[in-house]
Design a protein around this ligand. Sequence first.
Ligand code: AFP
Length: 341
Amino acid sequence: MDHAAEAQRTDLMTITRHVLNEQGRHPESRGDFTILLSHIVLGCKFVASAVNKAGLAKLIGLAGETNVQGEEQKKLDVLSNEVFVKALVSSGRTCVLVSEENEEAIFVDPALRGKYCVCFDPLDGSSNIDCGVSIGTIFGIYMIKDKDNVTLGDVLQPGTNMLAAGYCMYGSSCTLVLSTGNGVNGFTLDPSLGEFILTHPNIKVPKKGKIYSVNEGNAKNWDGPTAKYVEKCKFPQDGSSPKSLRYIGSMVADIHRTLLYGGIFLYPADQKSPNGKLRVLYEVFPMSFLMEQAGGQAFTGKQRALELAPTKLHERSPIFLGSYDDVEEIKALYASEASAV
Ligand code: AFP
């Protein structure tokens, strides 16, 4: 009998226990973050259950509304957004919320205010809902600067100020990946217990990977460095094997695979979308934070992604993120293009 494995199976590290352990590293902490996280976890469990039941409950289908980016909104998007906004407000620990689904920031009623700001995409990859592909919730957490003088500046902070970030992937299993700035850990929902259990401790992205992930349908509009990079992935000149292409079109799923298997995920700028597609506050920043915490890198084509200083809530940015060495290569291509000008 493997006693170590048996001990692990019966000594369950739930996400709450893990965060309480982390809290021990901050003696001044009063448990506010743990409470906030437990509300986020509740939102994730609700959405996981709704996603699982979607077909049965006939929740799939257009709600007849469009979101701020002009995309068709599905019922699950509306539902997930409502659940997260209510869970975050009722935690009593938040002050400003930014959701992909709301044009304006939500300023929490002063009576319910706490010290955290949360930027989130309640259901990213929603165009994949109808075909059962993995989708997810993405979130990034900041600390408010001054509780009595709350402004948009509290959420328009560079990603380097982020305290914690994570995502929950609703797929063949439901996995919540979290970093509080001390590495990255993955927790899988045990449906029989209703608890997220630590299953992927201390995730490290491989230094170099064998996979590239990009929407190649946009290739005709790419800039030089992106086109050269993808060409190198397919026809390497250094004798190495070509990389494999994997692209789901659901950022949570593509990043989850990249974190575990290594490689690079690209959503570059192109002639049609000079700022790329992905949103800084609730896609680029949280995923870049996680990737760096796992030992990888995140680059915009010009700078370290987390050093961007957003000026608009729904701002977009090109993004290249993944294994350290793979991102180094694309950085070198952009640097040589800049020096050639
Ligand atoms: P949807 O929420 O509209 O499905 O968009 C998903 C997403 O924001 C992100 O999750 C994907 O990585 C990216 O867009 C896919 O974009 P393309 O469809 O242009 O490849």
